[in-house]
Design a protein around this ligand. Structure first.
Ligand code: ZN
Ligand code: ZN
Ligand code: ZN
Length: 136
C-alpha cells in the first residue's frame, strides 16, 4: 500500500507534512518524541503543524503513544488493525538503556492479567528496559 492509500484509508487527506512524517516513521522503525520530529522537520514545518499532525495521526489510528519515564511520550506507527475508531496496540515495548531508543515488539502481546473484581482496563502498557540487539 502506498503512503497516499494508507492515509486515505484512515480518512486523511494527503498533505505534504503527513506524507513526510509518515514516510520518516516507516523508515525509522523506532518510536520518536515530538522534540525529535521537530528537529528533523523544523526547517520545513513549524512546531504547531508538527504537533497537530501527531495528534491527527493518533486520532486516526496511524500512531500510538508510548509513555516513557522521562515524561516526554514517544510515538510509533500502529499496525494495520488500528482504525479511526479503535486502537489495538497490545504489544510489549522495549527501551534500550544505552542508545535510549524505544521500539515496538509487535509480536509480543501483553499478557492478560486478572484484575481485581470491578476493575475494568481499557489500556495496558508494558515496557521492558535493558539492552537492544545492537547494544547487547
Ligand atoms: Zn494503534
Ligand atoms: Zn540500544
Ligand atoms: Zn508500539
Amino acid at each position: 500500500m502506498t503512503v497516499e492509500h494508507h492515509l486515505k484509508d484512515h480518512d486523511l487527506r494527503v498533505t505534504d507534512i503527513r506524507k513526510r512524517i509518515y514516510e520518516y516513521l516507516v523508515d525509522l522503525d523506532t518510536a520518536v518524541s515530538h522534540a525529535e520530529l521537530e528537529m528533523v522537520f523544523s526547517n520545513d514545518f513549524d512546531r504547531v503543524t508538527i504537533y497537530r499532525t501527531l495528534n491527527t495521526f493518533l486520532d486516526k489510528g496511524i500512531l500510538h503513544k508510548i509513555p516513557t519515564d522521562t515524561g516526554s511520550a514517544k510515538y510509533a506507527l500502529c499496525k494495520d488493525h488500528c482504525t479511526t475508531e479503535e486502537h489495538i496496540d497490545d504489544h510489549v515495548h522495549f527501551k534500550c538503556s544505552k542508545c535510549e531508543k524505544v521500539v515496538c515488539l509487535h509480536d509480543l502481546e501483553i499478557p492478560n492479567v486478572k484484575l481485581p473484581e470491578n476493575f475494568k482496563a481499557n489500556n495496558a502498557v508494558l515496557m521492558y528496559e535493558g539492552l537492544c540487539d545492537k547494544c547487547s
